[in-house]
Design a binder for this molecule. Sequence first.
Ligand code: ADP
Length: 306
Amino acid sequence: MLQLHSVTKRYGSLIALDGISLSVARGEFFGLLGPNGAGKSTTMSLIAGLNAPDAGTLTLDGEPLTAARSQARLALGLVPQHIALYPDLTAVENLRIFGELYGLRGADLRARIDEALAAVQLADRAREPVKRFSGGMQRRLNLVAALLHRPKLLLCDEPTVGIDPQSRNAIFEYLERRNREGLTIIYSTHYMEEATRLCSRIGIIDHGKLHALGTLDELLTRLPFDEEVRFPATPGTAAFAAQLDAHGELATAGGAHRFRPRPGFKLSAFYALAESHSLAPHLFTQQRPTLEAVFLHLTGRSLRDA
Ligand code: ADP
């Protein structure tokens, strides 16, 4: 459905996007995961046509996606990172403005507004000024405002920053339902748990480059180590643990050993060694690597406060 080919975007001397290529298929829930300043919003703004790339191409259903092509813009909805609502106007009035921008009018628009407010549990607050809404309520309204014109591709740019868990969950459930109904979604976030829960495929972006792209399972295989294994630190396991030092990284805390095999040291060899020490398999728990470990491995540990 959507293709980015070698897309580059500069702000003066800063290269915000450095030759990004990716494609998103119809019906996908695609995650763009990266730390602050990685280039997520820039990517979204280029797809939404708010900005033009310095190099590279973007296509939607094979058609070039440029700011001038209003037909393609109609197929897109953007939930911006910063809430874009008129605080003195009511929820209904805000939605009417968004609908009218897309040429919606009359009974059809009224029906869509009612449906939208009900979908995010705001029907009973429809006629209140938005400035009285909590952050979570504003976020939910911001979300449905982007969907009134029934786009086929929804861009969500960090849509849950700074909201309570209930609103966050309501947004997740709403997006998951719309995705099941066929809406294609591109979702940017720096929260691993959001990408893990929501996204069928994830691109990890940092410093304007795409560092990895795949399903969660595919990304987890990007770690240079196999799964971590934990087992009790007891006199019975001491001799075995001493031998493991040669095969990987062993850490001990709280009465337990944590072992990460060195690349090439297979877990089958680990269990064979355990057996030679008469240690039964049930002593060991295998810990799956997390997306967070992959993320930190690929993007490093330096802070991004800028
Ligand atoms: P993210 O959404 O991942 O936090 P952004 O796409 O907003 O990242 O920003 C990528 C880089 O581009 C950052 O270094 C940011 O400071 C810079 N940047 C973004 N927008 C502008 C702009 N309008 N002018 C100058 N620099 C910008």
